[in-house]
Design a protein around this ligand. Structure first.
Ligand code: FEO
Length: 402
């Protein structure tokens, strides 16, 4: 059954959601599913914005046919060639062979890489080019490395709608409500939006800042991303979040404690640290066992908080694997501008503190507070004052503390 939704007088949502997928990009858990958004403009010419993932093929083509309502498809705008949006491109062109594909030169090259050939009818566009479709005029905004090099966004000059590709997207299937103002975004979606942005686009903060600058020069009534809800109200809220994330500023002044603990002794010290922080009035402390939390969530949380306590057992004369993986993941995502305190543990030769420092020092603007607290197998009463001292350093360093 077709499941199209009308967005404006002549714009339709034709995408679909997948709730069966376990791992997006075969790496990120998506317990709330994911949507593959696509939009059809029914002007004097018909224009489809991107296709979808092969997982939603049947629903997608039913939707496109329903939205076209017997008309031919004049244009397919390919804003992004990643297969979660372009997997159905070849199939679409078989069904609608008269369609002209409008995209960047780089995307056309990728089309050849993925499909073995470029579209028969191809119109290459550059920054600022325009496409008149009748009542609407579309213009193209290049967005290289947000998060692939071929990416562009399309701006509808007539209705002031930005088709933003992956930007402003989020994990999470759409639950009937396709607009962000129809859901409690802050409560139900923000964590997934952060996890999506940080893990998929987080490395490319500079490029996102460039696009945000371009977007600020446009008058935007609506943002139509390729994943998650459409934004038609309170755009500044979500744009502001992306500005924070892409400039590597902490979203919250607060403390995140992450530990990697083999038998529980390192965990015990981390718990004690959190309790001491709380006793000093620090609120909203977050704590995770790195062995039991998906890496994508840990990375997103590290982007969220200003101060991070890292506690790790020594393992193979280095860092316990989940914490070591996290640090490499953070480095790969250009994590920076944070304050860290370190707790290490080792039964015969504690090495994890030094090894954590080495990786942290390779990152930009990471401040490590004080000396590492070094445990030998388990924390002793005599070390409480050292833990207190480290906790006090964190409290003194927080700009918001009570
Ligand atoms: Fe949603 Fe970069 O693909």
């Amino acid at each position: 059954m077709q499941n199209i939704r009308q967005i404006t007088d002549d714009l339709y949502y034709v995408g679909a959601s997948d709730r069966k997928l376990a791992l997006f990009e075969n790496v990120y858990p998506v317990p709330r599913g994911v949507s593959y958004n696509s939009y059809l403009l029914r002007d004097e010419k018909t224009v489809l914005f991107d296709t979808a993932d092969s997982a939603v093929r049947e629903q997608y083509f039913e939707n496109v046919a329903a939205a076209l309502d017997g008309r031919k498809l004049d244009y397919l705008v390919v804003n992004h060639m990643e297969p979660d949006h372009a997997a159905l491109l070849a199939d679409l062109l078989l069904r609608y062979p008269e369609t002209t594909v409008v995209t960047t030169a780089k995307a056309a090259q990728m089309m050849e890489q993925f499909l073995g050939k470029q579209a028969a009818r191809l119109q290459l566009v550059k920054e600022g080019d325009q496409l008149a479709t009748g009542r609407h005029t579309l213009t193209f905004v290049m967005a290289p490395m947000v998060h692939w090099p071929e990416v562009m966004m399309t701006y509808d000059l007539t209705d002031k709608i930005l088709f933003s590709a992956d930007a402003f997207g989020t994990f999470g299937a759409l639950n009937g409500n396709i607009f962000a103002d129809e859901v409690n975004f802050d409560r139900d979606w923000l964590d997934d939006a952060r996890r999506y942005y940080i893990n998929i686009v987080g490395k490319y903060g500079v490029q996102v800042q460039n696009v945000l600058k371009k977007a600020s020069a446009l008058s935007i009534n609506m943002i139509c991303p390729l994943h998650g809800p459409i934004w038609r109200q309170d755009l500044a809220y979500f744009i502001g979040k992306h500005d924070t994330w892409s400039s590597y500023r902490p979203e919250e002044e607060g403390v995140l404690v992450i530990y990697g603990s083999i038998y529980g002794h390192t965990a015990s010290a981390a718990e004690k640290m959190a309790a001491i922080l709380a006793s000093h009035g620090v609120k909203g402390i977050a704590m995770y066992d790195a062995s039991h939390t998906d890496a994508s969530q840990l990375v997103a949380e590290c982007f969220r908080y200003s101060h991070i306590v890292l506690a790790s057992s020594t393992y193979n004369a280095g860092i316990f694997t989940p914490i070591e993986n996290l640090l490499h993941d953070l480095k790969a995502h250009s994590w920076q501008n944070r304050t860290v305190a370190i707790i290490e543990n080792g039964t015969w030769a504690a090495q994890s503190g030094k090894a954590m420092r080495t990786i942290l020092e390779e990152m930009k603007n990471i401040t490590i507070l004080g000396e590492d607290l070094s445990l030998k197998s388990a924390m002793k009463e005599s070390q409480l004052q050292d833990l207190e001292f480290l906790a006090n350093l964190i409290v003194a360093n927080l700009t918001v503390s009570e």
